[in-house]
Write a protein that binds this ligand. Structure first.
Ligand code: C2G
Length: 132
């Protein structure tokens, strides 16, 4: 069984998230998603609208996702790859090159981001709608 992993906050789920999850799953048979905890988001200077528990529940409902684990720090990826017997690590190409250290442990694949959508854009657009 070919196992894939990807990481992210996945807040305010949108088509860009679904596109990367679908393509990641298409690379193997099993997809693990490591979702940033609320505490790790604070380290990433991100404030998610949905709590970790709700983001986890939402991701677990997606057909492409087989397992959800917490992402608590920047240092856990090598252990995650080892402990979960991961064959392929996947991230959007806004992270191109940032995780090449994992090439010693698994295949590293950066996939093109979906253009025109982001959680930040959603928040900005909603602010404009609600504030004229
Ligand atoms: N993504 C995408 N297209 C978009 C928006 C996001 O392909 N329009 C991808 C990102 O490239 C990432 C994943 O969706 O691979 C999750 O995006 P975020 O929730 O923004 O995750 P991020 O804050 O980049 O956290 O250790 C890695 C970090 O946890 C990644």
């Amino acid at each position: 069984m070919k196992k894939v992993i990807t990481y992210g906050t996945f807040d305010l789920l949108h088509n860009g998230h679904i596109n990367i999850l679908r393509r990641a799953k298409e690379l193997g048979d099993h997809l693990t998603v490591a979702i940033s905890t609320d505490e790790f988001n604070a380290i990433k200077n991100k404030k998610a609208y949905h709590s970790y528990e709700n983001r986890k529940m939402i991701l677990e409902a997606i057909r492409y996702v087989d397992e959800v684990i917490p992402e608590e720090d920047w240092e856990q990826k090598i252990d995650d790859v080892k402990n979960h017997n991961i064959d392929i690590f996947v991230m959007g190409d806004d992270w191109e090159g940032k995780f090449d250290f994992l090439k010693d442990y698994c295949e590293v694949v950066y996939l093109p981001r979906t253009v025109g959508i982001s959680t930040t854009k959603i928040k900005k657009d909603l602010f404009k709608i609600n504030n004229g």
